[in-house]
Design a protein around this ligand. Sequence first.
Ligand code: GUN
Length: 296
Amino acid sequence: MAEIIDGRLIAKELRAAVKKQVAVLNEANVIPGLAVILVGDDPASEIYVRNKGRAAEKVGVAAQTFQYDASLSEAELIAKIEGLNADPAIDAILVQSPLPDHINEQRIQEAILPQKDVDGFHPENVGQLFADRKGFFPVANTPRGVMTMLHHEHVELSGKNAVVVGRSVLVGTPMFALLQRENATVSLLHRHTPEALRHQLLQQADLIVVAVGVPKLIQGEDIKPGAVVIDVGINRMDDGKLIGDVDFEAAEPKASLITPVPGGVGPMTIATLLETTVELAAIHHGIQLEAGWQNI
Ligand code: GUN
């Protein structure tokens, strides 16, 4: 029987820690500012963006949301980003993915000033992560949130066999870097990994992180007894139910620790976004936050 990792509770603790650091910034007359840009009317993105705005306001981050029609041109979006890059009230800029097909996502990621790149998608920040640079730079919030969960649960990573399934820029690829930086031996699996090899690697894994968007891809037989299982997938089924990329009922009896869907990794992403926003604001204003405040 696994212990269930309560992402809602950990996210709540992280938001409380963020709120305390906002107070430190406020003492220096700084209000951290987050700009969120949404292009088009994708209903899921609208909900995410609304939730980001609400969560920001609750911890004292000033959030501005800019919603544009799907017909917005790439040049217009870049002009908007450049305006925010130059705006001293804005510390963090997030452009919600996915974007309409006529907008090149990579050019948008590169238009955001690396110092305001709260998603950590700018190649300069991705490069800092893969070049194993020290000091602060923004890292994608979902994998960073997973690391916070693992630390919170005191999961030992050094010397462990970790398997990451999915190589997206948002999750899998930075997850690989973050885990190997903490001395895990990491395999990065993707759609071209032969099925037999996938099962073989999973069955040896001490830690599994899966982020592919395939319901129940990871089965009970894939779990080594005592493994830690982190499910980043959120799949809405025809009956409206949300399920993960892991067959939870089959995996739970074998794992030592497991995240549920919903209520696992999901709540961590927004809390981590606020964490990163506050860190960027502190750097922009030369303010020292309390040492180790992120260790919740
Ligand atoms: N769409 C889904 N997740 C994310 C995220 O973390 N950042 C951005 N910008 N868009 C997303």
